[in-house]
Design a protein around this ligand. Sequence first.
Ligand code: CP
Ligand code: NVA
Length: 332
Amino acid sequence: MIKQDHLLTLLDYSPEEIMELIELSKKLKEEKKQGIPHRHLEGKNIVLLFEKDSTRTRCAFEVAAADLGMNAVYIGSSGSQMGKKESIKDTARVLGRMFDGIEYRGFAQKTVECLAEYSGVPVWNGLTNEYHPTQMLADFLTILEYKGCLKGLKMAYFGDGRYNMGNSYLITAAKLGLDYRMVGPKDLWPNEELRNKCLEIAKATGAKLAFTEDVKVGAKDCDVIATDVWVSMGEADSVWKERIDLLKPYQVNKDVMALADPKAIFIHCLPSFHNLETKIGMEVYEKFGLNGLEVTEDVFECPQSVVFDEAENRLHTIKAVMLATMKHFYKI
Ligand code: CP
Ligand code: NVA
């Protein structure tokens, strides 16, 4: 049984706890598919705080809450007093009096930590600059579904390694014993402190962790190829040029997929810039002439791309996180 009240970062979870959440997600997914009700948290109320935009995370929390019998209230980046007229500490103590659980998506990890410290109810990280733990559960459930195992799998993450996705892949791969390669320019690798922490974890789990600027070394024989956007939410538009210059050699395209195992899967947390059908994609094209950024259209749309299974798994895994932590916290 999970003995955790919150999910702030997977650094706080043991490999066994992470696997337990993935197994619970599988069970809840099966129940949902078979129409078996699982309203284990009937009557509880949760609040969803989004200081940054979201499609998947917001919808996954709302649908999961409804499936579990809970009511969810959404608060966006405007319309509340949080952070403007009221400190996070005070907001936490107010919300904790009204709600049984809090989801937070925003900027600093210390904000979600403050909510957990002062609200007195379970808190879940729906993405901060530093980590995206619920995304990891969905990604590794998807990998498990396609590959049948996680330990020893060869996985490469291409791109910006020092933000939420890059940090979180490194942590999860270390915890679950993968053969993991961070592939990108040295300046965008996870910071030294996190790298050392994960190398320590790897000693106990048998994970192999490599950091390389060499695309061929990174992609060779991989079972899983992952990437993320080159500029994340909350970063200034002015970083686009510098980021494109740094990351263009690390675009996931047919050549990269050809270096991987022929049965390799491609994953991406989404949203993704792979064509000109988005406003930002078009603006970047007009300025820099690129019609696909972190991944090309042909890879995104190829049969090896499992990004929509991955997106669906956000629902089942977020449901598992809420259920496991609330069961522990409320001794249900
Ligand atoms: N992957 C992810 O977190 O998507 P949203 O930004 O749509 O929530
Ligand atoms: N790194 C991205 C992930 C989006 C789900 C961002 O923070 O915008």
